[in-house]
Design a protein around this ligand. Structure first.
Ligand code: PLP
Length: 394
């Protein structure tokens, strides 16, 4: 069969993670022990109450029907969690919508809202799904560059007025992936004023809302006055409760935007398995005590890797949040060569920064998904690599 791919899919190359997988297999075949720090999939056990609830509910035969939309108790649980953690009050009836993961929700929102050619302002570097979902919805991505000098916040005054007037959506993400930065309230205020001026829907991706170091509390976009009139916030149980494989998340905020997404979803999915919804409710209402110990684990990992890389002669920045380190690579290398040479010679797998957009060139993303001991070993292998390998000549 020829031309099975739609025109919009033809420009899609296999994802960087698929490429890395092939390279990993080759390294394994050569007898290398792999330390995979590429994908941000939590390796921790979820809260006990999640596993207990799942165990109990999977034995109940009445749980196996189509779930359709999220059950009302889930929205109540999100509303409770938002109030407890971010001081945001949400009407569970029309300001909370359950999703089969925030990634699915983000891409469905683009399809529900965009017409071909509509402009979306999106961070560069940014989580890869922003670009692919905009392209699948046949929208146009206008990149907002994020520079270290500006705290990885986009400079809104650099966006030309004619682009801002045409744009339909702006995506922002703090704590960010891959950049790991947090945003101050003043930035969100600026975003709200910009959205009002140019009639733009703000989409804040808050997937790492609980992965913040040093006891700093993150700011929910919705806690800023006026946010609900212009925007929505995506969140997830994937990172907060280490439930990535369960595929459950939610979006909160502007009721009209949620209604449009709910309409779209009613035509493409049948909802999340009820035991997972129940486990999600248990996490949100009874799992808060899980969060401090979780951050202690990530802190030990972050500190071990940070110290290990400094010892190895690579002075990386300390991330304030998320499960990643966004590391500027040594002079002379490009992200891709560095990643593939490192994997080939050491078995350590990281993600090249340019996979997240043009401004990610010169960086790699390192995920804190192994024990401190393994991260120290990775740092030692990297140190050895840096001592013995020069940047490739091109
Ligand atoms: C910034 C960001 N947003 C959203 C997601 C998607 O999370 P999920 O679909 O598991 O809710 C991820 C996953 O890595 C992410 O890094």
């Amino acid at each position: 069969m020829s031309n099975l791919k739609s025109e919009k899919l033809r420009s899609f190359a296999p994802s960087i993670f698929t490429e890395l997988l092939y390279e990993k297999r080759a390294a394994l075949a050569n007898g290398r022990r792999i330390i995979d720090l590429s994908v941000g999939s939590p390796d921790m056990s979820p809260p006990k109450v999640v596993i207990d609830t799942l165990k109990e509910t999977v034995q109940d035969a009445s749980m196996y029907g189509y779930a359709l939309t999220g059950i009302p108790e889930f929205s109540d649980a999100v509303s409770y969690f938002y109030n407890e953690r971010y001081g945001v009050s949400l009407n569970p009836k029309d300001e909370v919508l359950q999703l089969m993961g925030s990634q699915d929700g983000l891409s469905h929102l683009m399809m529900a809202i965009l017409n071909p050619g509509d402009i979306v302002l999106s961070p560069d570097p940014g989580y890869t799904v922003y670009e692919s979902s905009i392209r699948l919805a046949q929208g146009e991505l206008y990149p907002m560059p994020l520079f270290a000098e500006n705290g990885f916040l986009p400079n809104l005054s650099d966006i030309p007025a004619e682009i801002a007037d045409k744009a339909k959506i702006m995506i922002i993400n703090y704590p960010g992936n891959p950049v790991t930065a947090l945003a101050p309230a003043s930035f969100f205020e600026e975003v709200i004023a910009f959205a009002r001026k140019h009639d733009i829907l703000i989409v804040h991706d808050f997937a790492y809302s609980e992965l913040v170091f040093d006891k700093v509390r993150p700011i929910s976009f919705l806690s800023i006055p006026g946010a609900k009139e212009v925007g929505v916030e995506f969140n997830s149980l994937s990172k907060t409760f280490s439930m990535a494989g369960c595929r459950i998340g939610y979006v909160v905020g502007n009721p009209e935007a949620l209604e449009v997404l709910a309409l779209f979803k009613s035509h493409v999915d049948y909802g999340t398995f009820l035991p997972i919804q129940k486990a999600g409710i248990a996490a949100l209402t009874k799992g808060i005590s899980y969060l401090d110990p979780l951050m202690e684990i990530y802190t030990k990992r972050r500190d071990a890797l940070h110290e290990g890389l400094h010892r190895a002669g690579w002075p990386v920045e300390m991330p304030p949040a998320t499960m990643f380190m966004w590391a500027r690579i040594p002079e002379g290398w490009n992200s891709r060569d560095f990643t593939f040479e490192l994997l080939h010679h050491t078995g350590v797998v990281v993600t090249p920064g340019n996979a997240f957009g043009g401004q990610g060139e010169g960086y790699v993303r390192i995920a804190l998904v192994q024990s401190p001991e393994t991260l120290i070993e990775a740092a030692e292998r990297i140190g050895q690599f840096l001592k013995t390998h020069e940047p490739l000549l091109r």
